[in-house]
Design a protein around this ligand. Structure first.
Ligand SMILES: *[C@@H]1O[C@H](CO)[C@@H](O)[C@H](O)[C@H]1NC(C)=O
Ligand SMILES: *[C@@H]1O[C@H](CO)[C@@H](O)[C@H](O)[C@H]1NC(C)=O
Length: 493
């Protein structure tokens, strides 16, 4: 093949995400070679390439032809299921790759697998990137948020391609070199954890408005539309508004009311919470969103529990005094503020998790830049990510988003409404685990003195773990039970 005919880049793994990313890259003017073990997938991609504007895509049915059709140094994106399929695809392609060529895994891979593959690739002179790709199928086709990490040179080799394929926002393409090793996958994992938090918080806002406020789906659609024009403007708020408008084709009303209340998951949220525990970083909002998915899965148990507790005397319906009218307009405004403040706490947790991992691994993550590449393309894209970017630009070592002067002011302004919403939910028996966790996080973080003194005293009492004092340096141990016995005796005498 003459070298002018060679492709700029290759992509292996032609499920919908892979097809869409390949077409996106081709559409930006980069000739791309595609490969899939299943030949029909290749044909499907080629006919889409023809139909969607005669895009420069060349299809290959053997790993060898595929690899040899790419210009050197070659860059090959792999988009297959995380885990063993990635190793199998690498094994199929590597015999034909030359030193200096790069493998780019675009799946939701566990970051340690990427670090192993990076070492294996290095041993063969190959370069490697683990690249988070967010935005779903539509993002892949029209501009995702890309989080590549690993070998910097591998990134440099495809920087022009990624910059054009990524979503574009006012301050550039939604891609940056995240860091070394598995940094790209780790950042994508935390992005997904934050996404879990956002979705849970929105669901709780819906529950309070629907259950306590009595809002209809049409009213909810209008409320979310309105929110999407202000500080809550985001992809998830926008699609939520759409969801309330879709009628049920099998009967009256809206489809949303017919959907079984059981949430699925694929694992990145669980990994995020596990990593938070490993790194001793509090992430209660993200953990609450994961727990909510676990509890949602127990549908049959919940239905049975509802019966059992009804029989045990649980009053039916909401636990609010019937006489108290709900001011819908005020409730909507309160919930908007509660959602915003809760979100800030959730993002603070995710960002602090990223910082802790960055410190442990020496990744030198730039949190402001990560907020920037999440402004477009990805599922958590939102107007307020620009504010987060600015907060970290103002102060790169900001210990928590809550103490950025602007966010601090916003939290203080919103906390009365936030407390009203969480209080109402608790009183009504609705339960709002994400919003409650965020509020408790805020109240715990902002209070200079916590009841941890008592826990430490208990630890010293039964385990001689010692304690520090507020008024003098050093560590101390007290014979608590002996002294308490003496003083009890003293009181009795
Ligand atoms: C090709 O397609 C099949 C079926 O969609 C998929 O399971 C497989 O992982 C794909 N990728 C490669 C590299 O063959
Ligand atoms: C960054 O924030 C911390 C905590 O609020 C503060 O101590 C530090 O002085 C700030 N640094 C800058 C450059 O503003």
């Amino acid at each position: 093949m003459d070298s002018a005919a060679l492709s700029r880049i290759g992509l292996a793994g032609l499920a919908v995400m892979g097809q869409n990313l390949a077409l996106n890259i081709a559409e930006k003017g980069f000739p791309i070679s595609v490969y899939n073990r299943t030949a029909t997938k290749v044909d499907e991609t080629l006919s889409r390439a023809a139909a969607e504007g005669d895009l420069p895509v060349s299809g290959h049915r053997s790993p060898r032809d595929f690899v040899l059709s790419i210009r050197r140094p070659r860059s090959v994106i792999i988009l297959v299921k995380a885990g063993p399929p990635v190793d199998q695809t690498i094994a199929a392609l590597s015999p034909f790759l030359d030193p200096g060529d790069s493998i780019i895994d675009g799946g939701n891979e566990w970051y340690e697998h990427t670090e192993r593959r990076l070492r294996e690739a290095s041993a063969r002179g190959l370069l490697y990137l683990g690249m988070g790709v967010s935005g779903g199928e539509d993002g892949a086709r029209h501009g995702p948020s890309l989080m590549p990490g690993g070998h910097l040179q591998a990134y440099r080799n495809v920087e022009d391609v990624l910059a054009r394929a990524a979503a574009q926002v006012d301050d550039g393409p939604c891609v940056t070199f995240v860091g070394e090793g598995g940094a790209g996958n780790f950042v994508k994992m935390v992005h997904n954890g934050i996404e879990y938090g956002d979705m849970q918080l929105i669901a709780e806002a819906y529950d309070v408005l629907r259950s306590a406020g009595g809002l209809s789906n049409a009213e909810l659609a209008a409320v979310f539309d309105d929110w999407n024009r202000g500080e809550l403007e985001s992809f998830l708020v926008e699609i939520t508004s759409d969801i309330f408008r879709v009628p049920d084709e099998h009967g009256g009303g809206e489809l949303v009311d017919k959907i079984l209340d059981k949430t699925g998951m694929k694992g990145t949220g669980k990994w995020t919470v596990q990593q938070a525990a490993e790194l001793s970083v509090a992430a209660p909002t993200i953990a609450a969103s994961l727990d909510s998915r676990y509890l949602s899965a127990l549908k049959d148990e919940r239905v049975a529990a509802s019966d059992t507790l009804d029989s045990a005397g649980m009053p039916p319906g909401l636990l609010l005094p019937a006489a108290r009218p709900v001011d819908k307009k005020r409730l909507v405004d309160d919930v908007r503020q509660a959602l915003y403040a809760s979100k800030i706490c959730s993002y603070a947790q995710g960002m602090n998790l990223l910082r802790a991992k960055s410190d442990e691994k020496g990744w030198n993550l730039n949190l402001g830049e990560l907020a920037r590449i999440w402004k477009g393309g990805c599922i958590i894209r939102a107007r307020f990510l620009d504010r987060i970017k600015q907060a970290y630009e103002r102060n790169r070592s900001l210990p928590n988003l809550i103490v950025d002067p602007e966010f601090a002011r916003e939290m203080v302004q919103r906390q009365p409404a936030w407390r009203r919403v969480v209080g109402l939910a608790i009183e009504a028996g609705i339960g709002a685990p994400g919003m409650s966790a965020s509020l408790a996080y805020f109240d715990t973080y902002r209070r200079a003195r916590l009841p941890a003194n008592l826990v430490q005293a208990q630890r010293d009492y039964f385990g001689a773990h010692t304690y520090e004092r507020v008024d003098r340096p050093g560590s101390f141990h007290t014979e608590w039970s002996k002294i308490a016995r003496q003083s009890k005796a003293g009181v009795l005498n």
